[in-house]
Write a protein that binds this ligand. Sequence first.
Ligand SMILES: Nc1ncnc2c1ncn2[C@@H]1O[C@H](COP(=O)(O)OP(=O)(O)OP(=O)(O)O)[C@@H](O)[C@H]1O
Ligand SMILES: [Mg+2]
Length: 753
Amino acid sequence: MADFLDGLNESQREAVLYVDGPSLVIAGAGSGKTRVLTYKIAYLLDQGYEPWSILALTFTNKAAREMKERIAGQVGADRARYLWMGTFHSIFSRILRFEAGALGFSSDFTIYDAADSKSLIKSIIKEMHLDDKVYRPGAVQSRISNAKNHLILPEAYAANAELYQSDLEAKMPSLRDIYARYWERCRQSDAMDFDDLLVYTYLLFERFPEVREKYASRFRFVLVDEYQDTNFAQHRIVWQLTEKSRRVCVVGDDAQSIYSFRGANIDNILKFTEEYKEARLFKLEQNYRSTQTIVNAANSLIAKNSEQIRKEVFSEKAKGEPIPVFNAYSDVEEGDIVANQIVKLAAGGAYGYDDFAILYRTNAQSRIFEEALRKRGLPYRIYGGLSFYQRKEIKDIVAYFRLVVNPNDEEAFKRIINFPARGIGDTTLNKIIDAATRANVSLWTVLNEPLAYGLSLAKNTCAKLQGFRDLIAGFAEDAVRKNAYEVGQDIVRRSGIIAEIYRDRTPENLSRQENVEELINGMHDFCASREEEGNERVSLSDYLSEISLLTDLDSEEGEGARITLMTIHSAKGLEFKNVFVVGLEENLFPSPMASGSYRQLEEERRLFYVAVTRAEEHCFLSFAKSRFKYGKMEFCSPSRFLRDIDACYLKLPLDGGVPASPKRVMSDAPRFAKPEPPRVLRKVSLSPAPEGMPSSKPGAAVEVGQTIEHERFGIGEIIKVEGTGDNCKATVQFRHAGTKQLLLKFARFKVVS
Ligand SMILES: Nc1ncnc2c1ncn2[C@@H]1O[C@H](COP(=O)(O)OP(=O)(O)OP(=O)(O)O)[C@@H](O)[C@H]1O
Ligand SMILES: [Mg+2]
C-alpha cells in the first residue's frame, strides 16, 4: 500500500486517505483529481471494502474503463472487475433493469436515444395539429429534457405558473400537453429516454424507501468524477444514496463546467458543502500535466471570468515554449497549417500520432481537417460523428431486435413496419397510431387485434399486417431459446434486410454490407465473451442493454496510433502531448449563440480553458480569416478569447508557411469512426456466393496474389480483382479477419509485397 501512495503528493495523499466522511476535491485542470479517485478506490479495496460495495460515477464509459484498468493493475483484475463503475446512465440503467417492475416497466424496457425521442416528439406535434415551425421538435425536446433534469414531472410542469409563462413567451403554450403526452407514450412503449434513466432512478428511490435502503447500504462508498457537470437529478440521486452513510467523495473543477445547456449546474459544487455540512474540502494546486507556459496561459485566461472559486495552479514541469497563434487565410489553409505542423513534429521521432489532438468547437469543423490529414496520408480518428450504432442500416436492424425484445416499442415499430417495403403505407400506420392513442395502448396491441380497435382496413392490408406480426412473434419465440447471435443472424436474413442491401453492389451498399457483417460479428463476440465469463445463454435483451448506451467514444481503439479529432466537449478529462485548438474566431468560438449573454460567454471561456489544459507539451491556437459557412464564404475576425490570454505566453501571429506537398499513402478514409473488428476469427460472412468469372485487371495498382496490409483487417492476400475504375473491387483473404471484398476507392490499405 505504502508503495503506491508514493505516486501522490502530500495534498493528494490526504484526500485519498480521508474516508471517514464526505469530501470534496476542488482543483484546477491536470492537478490529479481523477488520479485521487483512482487511488482512493484502490485504497478502499485495500482497507477491506468489497469491490461491489464501491460505486464510482464517471463522465464517459471510456473513463470508467481506464480507471478500472489502472485499479486492476494495483489490486488485480479479479477484484477490479466487480466494481460498480460507469456513467450515471449506464449504472442506473442497470439498477432500473433489476427494479423495473416496481415502476411499471418490464426489465426489457427500451432505451430511446436522442433520435428516437425527437421522432416521437415530432409525431406528437403532428397528431396535436401544432405547427412544427413554432413547436420546433429540437426546441421542444430540450425543454422537456431540461424539465426532467430538474426532476419536474408532467403534472408539476402543468401546475407551474412560471414555466407556463416561459412557454408562452416562447409561443409554445401547449408544451405542457406535449410533455404529458410524450411521458405517457414512452410508458406505453415500455421505453425510457436518456433523461428518464435519471428521473426514474430518483423516483424509484423516492417512492420505494426499502429499495433506496438496499442500494444505499450496498454502496458503502460513492465517488463522482467531473462533479461540476452533474445536473440536479444526478445530484439528488447521489444524495439519496449517501444521505445516511455520508461516505461520498466528489471531485471537480468549477472552471471546467461546460454542460449547462444540458442542465449541469455549478451550484451543485457549492451546495455540496451546505448539504454535507461536515464535508472536508481538499485543494490540489500542482498541475502535473502541462508545461508552465500552458498552465500560466490557462490561468490568465480563466481569470477573466468573474464567477469562479479562487484557486492556485502551478506547474513544475519544463517551462515550455510560448503558444503559437496561427493566422490562416482561409479554413482550408488552417487545415493545411495544422497538418503540416503535425508532419513536422512527428518527423522528429519524439511523438506517435496518438500524441496529437485537434479540438474544435463544433463537429462541422472536422471535415477540413480530415481532408488535410488524408491528403498527407496521416491516420486519424474522429469522435462525435455518427457512432456505429447510429448508422441507418444498423439502426434498422437494431429496431428489429428492439421490437422482438419489447413489442411495445413504438419507435422501433414505426421504423420497420414497412422496412423492407412490404406494402404497409403511411395511411395504415397513421390509422394504427390514432387507434392506439385513443385507446391508450401500444401500436403492437392494436396490430394484434386491428378490428377490436375499430380499424377499417382492406383485406390484403390486414393480411400484410398479420404477416408482419407473425414475423416478429416468430423471432420473439426464438429469442427465448436461442442466444443473441443466433437470433440476430436469423433476423437479418429472414426480415428481408439482407436481400435489400445485397440487391445491388453500389459502393454505398458495399459499405452497408460490411457494417451489417460487422454487427453480426460483434454479436458473436459479445456472446462468446459473456459465455466465457460463465453466462449460460446470452439473450438478445442482454445484447441490447449492452449497446444502447454506447457512443463512439466507447468503440475499441483503432489499431495503431492515430490523430484524435474531437469537439472540446468530448475532450474533457483527456490529455495529449500536442493539442491544436482551432477555429478561434468570433461567431464560431465563442459560439454565436453565446455572444449575447454574459453567463454563456463565461461558459464558452471555460470551454476554451478546458481545451488549452488538455495539452501536455505543445498547445497551438489558430484562426482563419475566411471560412465557408452555409454554402458561402464569410470573413471572420479573431476570437476575443485570444486577447484573454496574457500576450507574454503567446507567439503572435504566425502565418501558415508553405504547405507540404501532399503524399499519398492510403486512399480515402471513411467519414465516420468505426468500431474495430473483433480480434477473434470471424465466424460469418453474409455475402452471397462470389460472382462468376473474374473480370480483367483494372488500372488499379493491385493484383491477385499480392499481400496487403489493411488498416482495420490486417494482413491478407488478394484472391480476386474485379470491376474497373471507381468500381474496382478486390476480394481479400485476411489472416485474422476472414474474406472481405474491398472497394478500392474507399479501402485503406497498403501493398506489402
Ligand atoms: N502526484 C503525481 N505524480 C505524477 N503524476 C501525476 C501526479 N498527479 C497527477 N499526475 C498526472 O497528471 C496528469 C493529470 O492528472 P488527472 O488527469 O488526474 O488530473 P485532473 O485533475 O483529473 O485533470 P482534469 O481536470 O483535466 O480532469 C495525469 O497524467 C496524471 O497521471
Ligand atoms: Mg480528471
